[in-house]
Design a binder for this molecule. Structure first.
Ligand code: P6P
Length: 348
């Protein structure tokens, strides 16, 4: 039985900064996760379900648990000396005081992804993404510190609140999974160095949007449904409507999750910075792949020079930019990329 803290100390060479700092960062996230887990499990008994009458930065109805989860993680991270600020769909919070001015790291997060599923008792998740600040130590960070390409992440992970609660993270040296043991109040190592199975047989996409999908996506869905013994097709369609839960199942069993651009969401629905990037870091570290259909997610620059030069651009608005997402087993992602490329040549 190895706890998350013991594992980090044992793997101290894995974290290129300092084990103590990663331990402190992840223990703050662990604390937030335990609080969220406790209240999700009793959600039906507490006055904590449903909307709270507030809309978030993009006009989406915020649920009571979204706010609760955001506040729990914010408090846990703000209490640490390692964190200079956080960002989520609720916006950017630059922590105040000398401690924050000298803190090395920033954290982006989706405190409760898929929260609308809680009312119907379906798995949900917390996603986190950790970077070093770009502003010099000793100065307050700015919004631009949160607009780094995913390739610059130093750690990322998620907590999935399902039949068991699991924390899955990477620091760039493999993906490791820990299962929460409520009797100990600890996350214990259950899967070390998780890797995608070479071939996956599961595809996850909201086929209700089929009519609005680009041609290449329609062709890939048909490809998944064809009979072909050599490639184990037809694949199984599994879509929970909760990115973390779909990603976690596909990571362990092999598969692909897709959220393409649609008429309702031309750039896809998922947020590049606090959903796509952390999941893409995990996917690549587990031998998988994550693209927007043509570019690797981790190579997308959220704040390119042409925007930095344009003083009319408010960096805060770029925090919530969306991206199409194709993520999972490498061979499956490459197949959909191939069909997207071929269909784009056949427009006329
Ligand atoms: P749709 C949840 O709102 C989420 O961000 C992801 O967790 C999930 O995969 C997706 O949106 C579901 O979106 O449009 O299929 O309901």
């Amino acid at each position: 039985m190895q706890t998350l803290g013991e594992f980090i100390v044992k793997k101290e060479h894995d974290f290129p900064h300092a084990t103590g700092e990663l331990t402190a960062l992840l223990s703050a996230i662990k604390l937030g996760a335990k609080i969220i887990n406790r209240d999700i499990n009793k959600a039906g008994l507490l006055d904590i379900l449903g909307a709270n009458g507030v809309t978030n930065a993009q006009g989406e109805a915020q649920t009571k648990l979204d706010k609760f989860a955001n506040d729990a993680l914010k408090a846990a991270l703000e209490a640490r000396t390692e964190v200079a600020g956080i960002a989520s769909e609720e916006g950017i919070v630059i922590f105040k005081g000398e401690k924050a001015k000298n803190a090395k790291y920033i954290v982006l997060m989706d405190p409760l992804d898929g929260s609308s599923n809680i009312d119907v008792n379906v798995s949900v998740g917390t996603i986190f993404s950790i970077y070093r600040r770009t502003t010099a130590i000793g100065l307050p960070i700015t919004e631009a510190d949160f607009l780094q390409p995913g390739r610059a992440q130093i750690a990322a992970g998620y907590i999935v609140y399902g039949s068991s609660t699991m924390l899955v993270y990477t620091t760039g040296c493999g993906v490791h999974a820990f299962t929460y043991d409520p009797s100990l109040g600890e996350f214990c190592l259950s899967h070390e160095k998780v890797r995608y199975p070479t071939q996956g047989h599961i595809y996850s996409i909201n086929e209700g949007n089929y009519i609005k999908f680009p041609l290449g996506i329609k062709e890939y869905i048909k490809y998944c449904q064809q009979e072909d013994e050599a490639t184990g097709r037809p694949y199984s369609s599994r879509y929970i409507g909760s990115l973390v839960a779909d990603f976690h199942r596909n990571l362990l069993k092999g598969g692909i999750y897709m959220y393409p651009g649609t008429a309702s969401y031309p750039q896809g629905k998922l947020r590049l910075l606090y959903e796509c990037n952390p999941m893409a870091f995990l996917a690549e570290e587990a031998g998988g792949k994550a693209t927007d259909g043509t570019r690797l997610i981790l190579d997308i620059d959220p704040y390119p020079n042409e925007l930095r030069q344009d003083l009319k651009i408010d960096p805060k608005k770029l925090l919530h930019q969306r991206s199409p997402l194709f993520i999972g087993s490498q061979s499956m992602v490459e197949k959909v990329e191939q069909l997207i490329a071929e269909s784009s040549k056949n427009i006329f």
